[in-house]
Design a protein around this ligand. Structure first.
Ligand SMILES: [Zn+2]
Length: 272
């Protein structure tokens, strides 16, 4: 439902010009989404829920230890899940083994709502253990975890969507939330722009860690990774095999150049 809504809105008010036809990308992203959802729904959520129930019952973990009542505990659990998911996203870029898998998500040559489902099943399989550890340490209640999963999904669709919001609205929203322009910069082929904006729901975490960058104009952004500019290479089969075997350097264009640009503006000021 939400997916169809965003697809309609982004077609009516596009933010960035597409470089590929929708039909081709959507076919590939739908195939990846099918494998991804088996891991998320079949393994990740059931395992995390079981851990949440066990930890809640045992009264161990951070929130149980602090001993705050129901609703406040739920809100704290939700917020801490989002913070630790920021850390996970950052690790996915920083740890070479995790990057092998996460970079499949970043090879998309356009960004739209379907990119929100383009995750290699290996990345999600690895995240099963991380999500279970998050829940166990935080002691997030099952209801806080389920709410987080639902809101995270909606937020991921929103910030990947190619929707042009009025700049003023987006500046306001971005004080609290990750928005499409902010996340578009994270998908830039310029390495230092990709190494920014790791937050998922709340944009606070990037503000807190000074990893926020909002001053890149959207029409200056090329979406994707320098090493994978040719659509012929980005078939479903090749993307599934991409994390395994030899890895070509991510940040070099086929001609050997490394894309970069220097900005002398305020990185905390969102531009169009
Ligand atoms: Zn990323």
């Amino acid at each position: 439902m939400l997916l169809a809504l965003w697809a309609g809105v982004e077609a009516a008010f596009p933010l960035r010009r597409r470089v590929q036809t929708r039909a081709r990308r959507w076919r590939i992203n739908a195939a990846i989404a099918a494998t991804a959802s088996m891991v998320i729904r079949g393994v990740q959520i059931p395992v995390a829920l079981a851990v949440a129930a066990a930890v809640s019952a045992a009264g161990v973990g951070l929130i149980g230890w602090i001993g705050i009542p129901g609703l406040a505990a739920g809100v704290l659990g939700f917020v801490l899940l989002d913070y630790t998911t920021y850390v996970w996203h950052r690790l996915n870029h920083r740890v070479p083994f995790l990057w092998r898998f996460h970079r499949v998500h970043h090879t998309d040559l356009d960004l739209d709502v379907t990119t929100a489902f383009r995750f290699h099943f290996g990345e999600l399989a690895l995240s099963v253990a991380y999500r279970a550890a998050q829940v166990a340490i935080i002691d997030a209640a099952p209801v806080a975890l389920l709410t987080y999963e639902i809101v995270m999904n909606a937020a991921t669709e929103f910030h990947h969507s190619n929707t042009k919001l009025p700049l003023r609205w987006e500046r306001l929203l971005n004080l609290a939330l990750v928005t499409p322009r902010m996340h578009g910069i994270h998908h830039s082929i310029v390495e230092r722009e990709t190494n920014a904006n790791w937050s998922v729901i709340f944009s606070w975490w990037d503000r807190l860690h000074r990893t926020l960058r909002l001053d890149v104009p959207q029409d200056a952004i090329a979406i994707g990774l320098p090493a994978f500019r040719r659509p012929q290479e980005l078939t479903f089969r090749r993307l599934m095999l991409m994390p395994f075997g030899g890895q070509r350097p991510t940040w070099q264009l086929p001609d050997g150049e490394t894309p970069d640009r220097s900005l002398h503006t305020d990185p905390r000021r969102l531009v169009a």
